[in-house]
Design a protein around this ligand. Sequence first.
Ligand SMILES: O=C(O)C(=O)C[C@H](O)[C@@H](O)CO
Length: 270
Amino acid sequence: MQLPRNAFKHALEERRLQIGLWSQLTTGLAAELLARAGFDWIVIDTEHSPTEVPAVLHQLQALAPSESSPVVRVAWNDPVLIKRILDIGAQTVLVPFIETAEDAEKAVAATRYPPLGIRGVATSHRANQFGRIDNYLHIAAGEICVLVQIETRRGLENAAAIASVAGVDGVFVGPSDLSGSLGHLGDPNHPEVREAVAAIHAAVGGAGKPIGTLAPVEEDARRYIDMGFTFVAVGSDVGVLARHTDALARSFAGARDRQHARFAETDRAS
Ligand SMILES: O=C(O)C(=O)C[C@H](O)[C@@H](O)CO
């Protein structure tokens, strides 16, 4: 049996723009629904959601038949978390809070078997099709994509060194945390944050690696695309659901309030 090809990894290598969606809805059912939407990549976020490993598995299964590549954001740069996610078949991991080249090396090492790294060896799991993929131990890394997240002032200062680490396939800028770290919490469009994003973009480009981000505001997403970002998540499932359900409820609130007022009038009259 062949190792599955990681379409997202190869698209990044070729700098083909990948439009993504952030997912925090946690269930296989939600992932199945999103799988048909037409995004190139979908982040299964375990850092800022209640999603634990079994729920990641259900989401990977739901996304498997689709054209949307799963990207699993682990909760922390922890080799145990990364190992568990790889063993259930994720081929792309996004590792948060990378501040130095050493942090990035640690993330990469967690995805590589010895002697290149420290990934624990299991003989039969979903990633190797329960032992059916020939030579998995020696070829797995070829289809694993490691994205590291820069989201602090320290990460900004070390962006070029982080991006240059061998085995880092791309750098993701976290605008929300970066703005907090730079003293502009809640204002990812503050000029200093924009300047920092531009500096990270230049450093990552200089290292010959692709860069991506999450930009739920359309104007921001289009700006990043115009700047040359290769992978841009343009929204999140919870955001889309919350905003659209708010708007739907609001659009019928007038009809309900008018009808209730008529009831109140009738009550008063009787
Ligand atoms: O710093 C950021 O921006 C991110 O890391 C993305 C966030 O975690 C968040 O917006 C996901 O809901």
